[in-house]
Design a binder for this molecule. Sequence first.
Ligand code: ADP
Ligand code: MG
Length: 476
Amino acid sequence: MATAEILQELIRSPDRLQAVVEEAKMLAFEKGILMRTRDAPNSSEVVTFQPFTLLPSPVPKAAYLQALRVQTHLNTLMDKISQDAEFLEEALAGCVQVDDYTAKLFGIFKQVQKEGRTQSIVVSLNRSDYMLDQSEDGSASLKQIEVNTFSVAGFGATDRLPEVHRKILTAVGLAAESEFIMDAKRTSGMCDGLAKGWELYGREKAVVLFLVENVQISRLSHRVLEEELWSRNIPVIRRKFSDVSRGGSLDESKRLFIDGQEVAVVYYRNGYMPQHYTQQWWEARLLMERSLAVKCPDISTHLGGTKKVQQVLARPGVLERFFPNQPQVVEQIRATFTGLYSLDMGPEGDQAVEAALATPDRFVLKPQREGGGNNLYGDELHRVLQALRSSPERMAYILMDKLRPSPVQNILLKRDFPLQVSDCVGELGVFGVFVRNGEETVMNECVGHLLKTRSAQHDEGGISSGAGVSDSPLLV
Ligand code: ADP
Ligand code: MG
């Protein structure tokens, strides 16, 4: 692999390496690959580059294309799940008994069901994540980590990273290879989904509401999307849960107003962790869900993205329920699944517990949480599962086979991080947009990819948590 050789060459000549790194950082600034800093996350006066790899990472073309190809089917699947209340109730029955956060989301879902859904326009911006799992015979296969349906990140300010990587490869004498770096212009595709939802809502003065967090480190990535909406004459406002609590209301036909402005689309970029809510903010969430505004995503789609649902989907016959006459679609989706195991009470759950206690390093224990840093591995997995062994509390988790991507060397460029070669593993994400108006599918598209890379020493590497960095796939 030419990039691996170049890396070794660069390591042997520190001055040249320093110059290439300097060039890469300058290019990142020039192309707007920026974020606010952890020390001043709400300041508009201090920025740094978004962390990224010095070189693009090799990704097998077949796996890349496989991931892109399955995305529209996954979009359809998540939408079908969101319309199947009976399925969601059954899948989450055990989990809501013991997990307060999922129970709260489920409570909103039930309330909305009871009142009858007001809005039949649905917008989903999804991202399905994968690793290339290395089996003992050396072959690698594309395996899904999870499908995210809520507040997916990883686009916006990093859309132009391929330009940086192409320039760097050219600078180190790999101009020919640079042609195999895939473009990553996905923000306008994601924008199409929100724009279509707004258009279908049909009130020119109504706004798209970005529901945002208090700490706004990724403000600049949001902005790329906001600017794209404004350029299409779609007004955007940004509000927090506390703002909705204070200034939000429904009129008699359940139209949502915030500070006097009608909201066409609620786009959630916050609300995926229990810590994001106070009691009052849960009420604000309910207000938005009950409203006539188009939700991106609605509460049912949010629940469809839980880890418990993912595990249930891997059970025999479940995908067939959603694609009854499409065995090829079922096969395509199922090919990306790895082993997923229920920890519900009963013999099946008991067996999974025993297997994980016997060989904890083969598994990942996952609670119903998002945003990284919540899963348990190795000794910790063993300790927690041992304590929960016979308790219904174990139903809050699922168990998953641990994937083993093979490491590739690279240099991670992060602010205040030493310049060193690390063994890295990558995760490929694929973005999907789905819009439905009642019975009619208005949009179902795959709009691009994301590659995030982290040191193989860490078990997890979310970009927002600081361990992962943005990368570009170099197809091989
Ligand atoms: P979250 O919702 O917190 O992002 P994920 O299921 O995506 O939860 O897991 C977070 C991270 O943990 C992933 O990005 C990946 O690095 C690692 N991870 C998750 N599942 C597995 C697995 N089965 N094998 C190996 N690593 C995993
Ligand atoms: Mg994830």
